[in-house]
Design a protein around this ligand. Sequence first.
Ligand code: NIG
Ligand code: FE
Length: 443
Amino acid sequence: MPPAGWASAFRCAPPMPEPARLLVEHARELVTLAGPPGPRRGAAQAELTIIPAGSVAAGEDGRILAVGPAAQVRDLVRVTRETTVIDAAERAVLPGFVDPHTHLVFAGDRADELVRRLEGADYLEILAAGGGILSTVRATRQASPEALQRRARRWLDLMLAQGTTAVEIKSGYGLSTEEELKLLRVAWALGEEGPQSVVATLLAAHAVPPEYRARPDDYVQLVCEETIPAVARTGLARFCDVFCERGVFSVEQSRRVLETGRRYGLEPKLHAEQKSRLGGAALAAELRAVSADHLEHAAEADLRALATAGTVAVLLPGAAFMLRDEQGAPARRLVELGVPVALATDFNPGTCPILSLPVILGLACLRLGLSPAEAVAAATINAAHAIGLGAEVGSLEVGKLADLVVLDAPSHRHLPYWFGMNLAHTVVKRGRVVAQSGQRVAA
Ligand code: NIG
Ligand code: FE
């Protein structure tokens, strides 16, 4: 019979804590977004689950090992010589931003189009005359995959330096099966390269290509019978999207593409009610789409339908800003009705060459009336759910990827306030520092 002291000491000895790859300590405000699974909606859109003087630790696998008050986290993990320790006193720490809507694989630019729009030309009329999206299609078809990847790499690095650690990338500047596959392969290669997590979306129905100008239904048929099956076979895309808009794709054409996509395992998303109310939001709700994006011209009934369907509203105030559209998306009403609201840059060469999600967050507060807290949830946990990554990223919870941003500011409230300034002091992806003071660093 061993002495009682020995037995109890043995029983109480804690298991050896796991070594930490990274420990971010004493954050003035540790914004965890921890909570029940699923996106934040209604009043919960503003609940950030903040831990004052909090710490977060990442394990060797790049996932979060512990998160909580600083003293508790120190007890739960083992700090070794290899551990990167970051003192975040006086700083806010947030989950890495998630950008759930970009068109970032493209060639060329459309600076001249902006000048034309400033002179009064209309975005959709430019497209109808064979310019706009179609001018980017011409440039992108001519570009090699390597050149497209190099260019996109640069955009991703700039996004990373602003705190964006996961990104959705749409195709849509190829508009043929081969050219769309080319763009999706580039998106896949960018994800393989890292550090950002990348999710790809097939947007073959972004515009009617010039070859099909007189017979748009034949293009829809090609997308359904050839492009979607070919893309599904490769496994390169997770979602299928359509630009449902007056003069682009009708509700019926959009339905056909999205239903076909779903049959092939690509979940629906939709560019809906951006420039006019065509019925895209109602279609997104009917199909229980993962997200309905834009929504500037959505009506009350559309918002109610989205609330019932549980579809995430991805708002893109950067595009409305660059198009000088007075009509902003009904962000406040969406929150009131319980539609989960997410934010994205919509980064593309036409309607939004803004790649900073914090700038978009600022626009969402200043122009759409979201509170800083609602906007932070929109650019993290809700954005993650809008691209099917809700279980992996978007909040600081044990088991999720250790993706985070240390701000050069004491609170998330500073994000819309220092509008246009890059507040990302240190950016971490999978527990490794990947950007510092606005520069990508080798992990
Ligand atoms: O989300 N509106 C359709 N698609 C993009 C713009 C693409 C472009 O103009 O090149 C958008 O705004
Ligand atoms: Fe878009």
